[in-house]
Design a protein. Structure first.
Length: 647
């Protein structure tokens, strides 16, 4: 969701025109002298410029991008021989040109007739794609394009990539009455204003030799890249008052959600009457309202604002994100819940920075019900009242509530924080019983797998909607994660009726199967791959220095109980291998990450208990080895092979 805000004061200001950007590439340049071939590609130069210009009464934006890359192998050539031009917000593509340099510096210029637009069925419809021919390994690819665009009041510019960047330039120009604010992240220098120019504003940043940043497991790449956020901060014609503040966005959204037509009020009351739970339990009542809406009305990403009217929703059964938020927020209000509207960001893309008041961060809505301390994700069918979407947790947010003064209601917006769900609320537990068949070359296995949390919620949301064959495949995958050769005798969910009353209950899959995958014979001995009974595990055996702190997607836990009936006359030679204990404590002494496996052996019955959990989202880079030891403990257990010898 992107806020489209009409700023009358902004559009009625002084008609100072800036000459259209005449930036161009150097006509007769030489090839860059860069000998580094240790990377697939090297970004030799990136130049990006935004010019804000009044044309009549309309403020528009001209965007220029100039890109030069050295390609050191065939993969780099393939990755860079197309130009992707985003068409979102674009009025017109004004210019596209490209050229290639071979390693000796010979230039092949591609004119407009040689740059062919590609119709790519797999490409996002929001892009135009052009092919570049003639690129060679060891040479350079260069392209430049310009667009005329509808104005963006907020922006985010990345200036660090997975490849080294030699020269980076970023520039914004605007009429003198439109003043910008900027904030740099992760060590990028602050942007500077050119005070020698008095006819308009010029802001620019030039940086050299930015080191590459690679993606790492258990981290969020974009959060740690060097980047700069920007926004139009003031229109001096209307005074030195900030155009964008958290209070203003809270008031704006509050009015859009709670301003109803009379017919909409009656429609909301009609919908409430259809909610089947009439009891006094507030939690169940709230869940029933959410369940009714998500069962009967559907989210359509590209639906327009006309679909937000309640009568339209009731008749057509779909609306957009704001439409579903309006509907649920008003239903909860009419039912006495006093909901708060929550605006936040997807932290996998950009964590909300509460100190830089940019609406560009605010990508999603939640509804908070303070009386039961639960969040509702209005347009997420899988996440229900008992589970907040993980990308919005462990993140700051804006909470807008209604305050009544002298009979009038007013919005009040405060910065808050959305806590992550506990690992107790998001688990994948297993109860496994194993026996050996007569010839000791095959196991009979009973697997009862119990889910609660994100995976369970996803399955519950799609299961009623898919075909029987797809249901069968889904269950197979949940069993065969342990062994691809499993011959399944039986697999059934304990319950397949999912509603607001049991949505928070664990999802249980009971199965029995046989498999030869866990046994190997070594002369008179048996090799029993007991570790593989917990399924494949993540590994963190990286040799390079860790660059990024740990960020978990969500807190989670795994409790596995394994019972093995050993064959008569066999003795385990390496029982001690089963005992592993790796833990990490926080400053308060609480265990936040744990892998602990223990065993007991009573005659021919081996019992193994494995307790594993991750109950902290963020963990510092300088303590990464502690976190890695827990992750790798699970991977180490997965490799355990018990040696059984004839007694």
């Amino acid at each position: 969701m992107k806020f489209q805000i009409l700023l009358i004061a902004l559009l009625s200001c002084s008609q100072i025109l800036i000459a259209q950007n005449d930036y161009d590439w150097e006509t007769n340049r030489e090839i860059y002298q860069v000998s580094d071939s240790s990377h697939n590609e090297i970004l030799l130069s990136t130049y990006e410029q935004y010019d804000y210009v009044f044309e009549g009464q309309q403020l528009v934006m001209y965007h220029t991008l100039h890109y030069i890359v050295k390609v050191n192998n065939d993969d780099a050539v393939s990755a860079n021989n197309r130009i992707y031009i985003p068409m979102g917000n674009t009025i017109e593509v004004l210019e596209v040109k490209a050229r290639t340099f071979n390693p000796e510096g010979k230039i092949q210029l591609l004119d407009q007739n040689e740059i062919k637009e590609i119709k790519d069925d797999e490409a996002d419809e929001g892009y135009r794609i052009f092919a570049i021919e003639g690129a060679t390994v060891g040479g350079e690819i260069e392209y430049l394009y310009k667009r005329k665009m509808y104005v963006d009041y907020f922006g985010l510019q990345y200036m660090q990539f997975k490849s080294p960047l030699i020269n980076a330039s970023f520039k914004i120009t605007s009429p003198e009455n439109l003043l910008f604010a900027f904030k740099s992240y992760n060590g990028l220098p602050e942007i500077q204003q050119d005070t020698t120019v008095t006819s308009h504003n010029v802001y620019s940043l030039k940086v050299k030799n930015i080191s590459p940043l690679k993606e790492e497991a258990f981290s969020i790449y974009n959060e740690h890249r060097k980047k700069i956020a920007f926004k139009i901060n003031y229109n001096t014609i209307s005074g030195r008052v900030k155009l964008f503040t958290w209070d203003k966005v809270g008031k704006s959204i509050y009015e859009r959600i709670y301003t109803l037509e009379k017919k909409e009020e009656k429609t909301a009351e009609k919908i409430l009457k259809n909610v089947d739970y009439k009891g006094e339990d507030k939690l169940l009542r709230a869940a029933a309202i959410e369940g009714y809406v998500k069962k009967n009305f559907f989210f359509e990403k590209n639906a327009n604002n006309a679909t937000q009217n309640f009568e339209f929703i009731l008749k057509n059964k779909f609306t957009n994100s704001l439409g579903l938020t309006r509907l649920l927020a008003n239903l909860y209000t009419f039912d006495g819940f006093s909901p708060e509207i929550v605006l936040t960001s997807d932290r996998s893309k950009f964590k909300l920075d509460t100190e830089f008041e940019s609406y560009g961060y605010l990508s999603d809505y939640l509804i908070y019900l303070p009386s039961i301390e639960k969040y509702v994700a209005p347009y997420s069918p899988e996440e229900r009242l008992f589970l907040t979407p993980p990308q919005f947790t462990a993140n700051a947010a804006l909470f807008t509530k209604s305050l009544e003064l002298m009979g009038e209601k007013y919005p009040v917006t405060e910065v808050g924080y959305i806590e992550a769900e506990s690992s107790d609320d998001n688990f994948d537990n297993m109860d496994v019983k194993v026996s050996f068949k007569e010839h000791l070359d095959e196991n009979q296995i009973t697997l009862n797998r119990s889910f609660k949390g994100y995976q369970a919620s996803y399955i519950k949301s799609i299961y009623p909607l898919i075909q029987d064959e797809n249901k069968k495949d889904l269950k197979k995958n949940l069993v065969k994660f342990m062994s691809q050769d499993a011959e399944i005798d039986q697999m059934e969910f304990a319950n397949t009726t999912f509603n607001y009353e049991n949505w928070q209950d664990p999802l249980i899959l009971n199965s029995t199967f046989s498999s030869k995958a866990f046994i190997e014979k070594a002369g008179p001995s048996l090799l029993f791959k007991v570790g593989e009974l917990i399924g494949p595990q993540s590994e963190l055996y990286q040799e390079d220095e860790r660059l990024l702190p740990v960020t978990n997607e969500y807190n989670r836990s795994y409790l596995r109980k394994i019972e093995v009936d050993l064959p008569e006359g066999y003795v385990i030679q390496n029982l001690k291998d089963l005992d592993i204990n790796k833990e990490v404590k926080n400053k308060e002494g609480e265990i936040v990450f744990l892998f602990k496996s223990t065993h007991t052996l009573n005659e021919n019955t081996l019992k193994i208990t494995i307790d594993e959990y991750y109950n902290q989202i963020y963990y510092p880079k300088d303590k990464f080895e502690d976190f890695r030891s827990v992750i790798n403990a699970a991977a180490d257990f997965n490799k355990i092979v018990l040696v059984l010898k004839k007694s």
